[in-house]
Design a protein around this ligand. Structure first.
Ligand SMILES: Nc1ncnc2c1ncn2[C@@H]1O[C@H](COP(=O)(O)OP(=O)(O)OP(=O)(O)O)[C@@H](O)[C@H]1O
Length: 310
């Protein structure tokens, strides 16, 4: 049984000039769970996160936290929300621990509490030993971890993360995923945006796919895959660069297929028999894999590049 909603977004609308960037965004996040918002560039993810922070005034809709309108909660409400912005904005003139202190003081925490929390968080984020280092001494992954530690100084109940692992190497991403799962287990409610479908699949209880300011579908990662794509995928290419032609084999086992450049992508339930046509044919290259959230994402949002939004 799901916990009651900690965060509820009801019919959010936002317009810049005559352009509607949020067109009735609705979702809710049960307390202590993780929701991932995924969407192409310009879909409205950051605008949604900024609206929750109170940075982007809305033209319509309501945000409720713990049953109350966020707009009525003021500074006390904001203090219950931690934010990890898309770009790290650590203060380069301060050391690691001074960056944590600045936030602790902002939230008017007593000195002893800041000391205790800083030590805990540096340990939690694998940064112990770097307390006195300048920001310039930290790698990109360490800066990201410090930004997350800073967002946690006040032990927020809701943590907003805008693309938390963009640009990080696999080791750094895995550590951050582990820590986000730890936080969720400790009861923190998480909302993250990401372009990495594997990240959403690994972390989120619920995933919302947003495009052009509208949630196209939302469910568990498994639920999204099961309701939109047959379970197996076969990607076929010919070595001469021509796209493989679906022949008779295509009709029998393939529920759905699409041509993407030089590749024929087949979706079905039992593609082993289809593969048998090609497995010993030196003219073909093939990849057989289970259907993923990325397949669902591309089916729902299309394969066209989104370059006009910024
Ligand atoms: N201050 C602003 N003034 C005008 N338009 C804006 C402003 N902020 C955002 N937009 C537009 O609103 C739309 C949604 O932007 P948003 O940053 O929310 O998208 P996003 O899904 O976070 O994209 P990305 O994945 O590229 O970060 C985009 O078309 C963007 O250009």
């Amino acid at each position: 049984m799901l916990n009651p909603a900690f965060l509820e977004l009801k019919h959010l609308h936002k317009q810049y000039g005559n352009r509607e960037v949020l067109r009735g965004v609705d979702f809710s996040i049960p307390a202590g769970s993780c929701y991932a918002l995924v969407g192409p560039n310009g879909a409205g993810k950051s605008t949604t996160v900024r609206a929750i922070q109170g940075l982007t005034p809305l033209d319509g809709g309501e945000i409720r936290m713990d049953g109350q309108a966020l707009s009525t909660l003021g500074a006390a409400g904001r203090a219950r929300i931690g934010v990890v912005p898309q770009m790290d904005n650590l203060d380069p003139d301060f050391t690691v621990e001074e960056n944590l202190w600045t936030y602790g003081r902002y939230f008017r925490l007593p000195k002893t509490r800041i000391c205790q929390r800083s030590a805990e968080l540096l340990d939690f984020m694998a940064l112990s030993g770097y307390a006195r280092q300048p920001i310039s001494a930290l790698s990109g992954g360490m800066q990201r971890r410090l930004t997350i530690a800073r967002a946690l100084i006040n032990a927020p109940q809701l943590l907003l993360l805008d693309e938390p692992t963009t640009g990080l190497d696999p080791q750094a991403r895995h550590l951050i995923w582990q820590r986000l799962r730890d936080l969720r287990r400790q009861g923190t409610t998480l909302l993250l945006t990401t372009h990495y479908m594997d990240e959403a699949e690994r972390l989120a209880d619920q995933v919302g796919i947003i495009d052009q300011g509208h949630i196209l579908a939302q469910d568990t990662p498994r639920g999204l895959i099961e309701s939109h794509i047959p379970g197996e995928v076969l990607e076929l290419r010919r070595l001469d660069g021509s796209t493989p032609d679906p022949e008779n084999w295509h009709q029998q086992q393939v529920a759905l297929s699409e041509r993407v450049g030089d590749t024929l992508i087949c979706y079905g339930q039992n593609l082993q028999q289809v593969l048998a046509h090609f497995v010993h044919n030196p003219d073909y290259r093939w990849l057989q894999r289970p259907a993923s959230l990325e397949d669902v994402f591309l089916r729902l949002t299309g394969r066209n590049l989104r370059e006009d939004e910024h």
